[in-house]
Write a protein of this length. Sequence first.
Lengths: 494, 501
Amino acid sequence: MSQEILSLSLSSARDALRIGDIGAVELTEAYIAAVETLRSLNAFITETPELALEMAKASEARLAANEGGAMEGIPIGMKDLFCTEDVLTTAASHILDGFLPTYESTVSANLWNAGAVMLGKTNLDEFAMGSSNMTSHYGSVENPWRTSEEDNKKYVPGGSSGGSASIVAAHGAIAATGTDTGGSIRQPAAFCGIVGMKPTYGRCSRWGVIAFASSLDQAGPLTRTVRDAAIMLGAMAGHDPKDSTSMNLPVPDYEASLSGDLKGMRIGVPKEYRIDGTPADIEALWDEGVDWLKSAGAEVVEISLPHTKYALPAYYIVAPAEASSNLARYDGVRFGLRVDGNNLQEMYENTRSAGFGEEVQRRVMIGSYVLSAGYYDAYYLKAQKVRTRIADDFRQAWDKVDAILTPTTPSAAFAQGEKMDDPIAMYLNDVLTVPASMAGLPAISVPSGLSKDNLPLGLHVIGKPFDEATVLKVGQVIENAAGFTAKPQTIAGG
Amino acid sequence: MPPDSQRSRKRLQEGKIISDLLKGSTGDWEMVIGLEIHAQVSCKAKLFSGAPTTFGAEPNTQVSLVDAAMPGMLPVLNKMAVRAAVRTGLAIKAQVNKRSIFVRKNYFYPDLPFGYQISQYEEPIVGEGEIEIDLPDGTIRKIGVERLHLEQDAGKSLHDQHPTKTFIDLNRAGVPLMEIVSKPDMRSADEASAYVEKMRSILRYIKTCDGNMQEGSLRVDANVSVRYPGDELGNRCEIKNLNSIKFLKLAIEYEARRQISIIEDGGNIKQETRLFDTGRGETRTMRSKEDAHDYRYFPDPDLLPVTLEDSFIDDMKLTLPELPDERKARFVDDYGLSLYDAGVLVTERETAEYFETVATGRDAKQASNWVTSDLFGRLNKESLSISESPVSAAAFGSLLDLISDDTISGRIAKDVFEEMFTSGRDAAAIVEEKGLKQITDTGALEAIVDGVIARGTTQVEQYKSGNEKIIGWFVGQVMKESQGKANPQTVNALLREKLSG
């Protein structure tokens, strides 16, 4: 029974809960037990089993009264970048030691209002800065996938939402929240063989989400199916007057948009995404994806996004610049870690040296540098201009196509410890996801096949601003055609 | 040639206003002054949070999660502050920018919770403008305004609460400020203070800032440099946080003298930020240019650009009341007041309104004299503002009515006013109770006049031999006997009639 219940997708579990086939407490108890068996993944920073049971009981009562919300009784992981009231919130950083928010982020509050149950706070790269989940103060997260049962290497789950991706893939949560700044939902989803969706910038409130790069950060779901992503995104999204960048637009019924029919649609394949050195298995998967979309009735055309190659370098100026300023508040004065010194300057230095890990310090330094007098025009301002060009590229593409298909990542998951001494190689993980981030566009990664080494690979669909519905529809066509049923080596109940 | 030096040359050629120049051992020096006014916007909430801005509250009781920069908190612009900035821009005849942006000014300090101040830099909400200042000698000068922008205030560091620790009060953190930057158009401490006074007057008229310098609602930074008249601008020093007009003048004068003596001794002025020590009456170094922060300004990604519709700006124009200069011109035209009196009366909106209430339907010059000398004198003595005056404008008007209908004399009116001021009672009641009504009845006065003439035989002779001035003595005697209540005109007429008879 346990294995069966843990295998239910969000939509199946929702339906089963509604008709009473399973109980909310029963479901949550199964997941609490699963989380215990999956501790070797290090996917959670904080587990909240008691809170989960309490929430599940409340869900059960609401379901019995036919008052269940869209996510009623669904146990999920909450990325530890979302502030949760009275529950330790760390951003995987030493500098937030002991931080108990007195407030609840809008997105998590929306999910609790929709009936979701919190299993705990999932691990991530420190302050969401990383693509491997190796930079967490709370230790690295393991990908539940290996190349084979005999393979004893540990693979990274991707990042920064690595804990969320790993635990959903290993059936330790039905779904989990993530945040995506340059690929932090989509890349780990691809590495762990699950669905990850970044909505349009402005679709989900950033209020109460610990900021990395404010003009890029966007919350989204990590789920096992595209339908699950549609349901969960609907529960997370919505206008929030507390976030000035949140758009005041109605949230459509995303689940209803999953028609499976792409007739009359045009899908673009950008030639600039064919990067030298892309592995053959990824190229082949991409071609396969094109065929799947054609079979569903779409017309696939080659398009050009000429400024693509500048997206990554521009991103690694804009994001650290904003981060250097966003992280200035962690100064030891009001909350979190303080390491005293003989004077104020020393206290700042001691606190921030001890509190921030190497990658965070690297980005704060890069960011401070590109904003400093004499360098601002050459770096930050130039990067902003590039960003405008990238957005223009996409705007022109929308005249020709309704969505764009690319691979999610230039490789499958790599072993823990690789690329750690080469930040540029690490940053290249985001090369295919960053352009959509820079343009603020919605995009999804859908598990579509296995690499030659038997690790999951994702296909990536990018859509027009606030047209998440089309992105999800195309994503589901890929999901159905791919028929991705492979399971990771580490899986609860399995 | 920049307008500044044209102006100085012209001044020298015309040979006037040289009193603005400072004498040094090597010749005359000219001060060049630019001011930055930080005006706290009069609104109930902070610039980017809903926390209240009440002055004098217990430390850290006016602080929202946003003001404390808790993780994940985001700023949301207070539209009331935008309205205030636009109305102020319009009141100083400035360019209102339809698009402006907020930027982050990054630096570390414990009373700056975000680690940056949200301010405006290259694209402020208000651009160039101009105000007229009234100088003590009656001349009027135009002073340019460079820009006006919105920004948040920082909190307060309290260094005197504990031997080794600094305490932080975040009540002020996030309070909305308008920073109004003048052009370097002022040439004396008097001009600088006239500029601040006029700006404060305008802000109070339109109620965008209460202008209270003691509570810190209005603070001034002064940029001061000196030069030989007509020369290029010298290096400037910025004196921070001057919180009274008096200190502003003292600081500017001290600073100019300091710079002159350094240059005349062969030294150079280093550009730096200085503080005014109010106890010693001198400025001293706060930080030098080398220590200046690199603020790493960049657009705040948490806030959208502020875009204003023409219709909004037009609506804001309609909300503006009559401004001090317009009102001054009207007082001169409508009431025949001198420019000086009109200027004094319009400085405070409440005073101007008080005066108009008193003057309407009455002798405006008389009203002006009474308000500016008697009322102001009495208020100053008690350190009261016009709105705290124990004598209302209506009550004051009825006092003047008693003079003009000959119920009391001007002399008696002074006593009645004093009584009104201390007791708060109205003029007619005081006159009635104390029997101060003027005696205009000829019959009643004749008896007194006859008695005085009978006693003053010597004075009668003098009068008859041609010394008409002696009539003053008779008037004095009659007034004395009537306890001041005799109508002077009636007494005069009676005396002349009887003495000539």
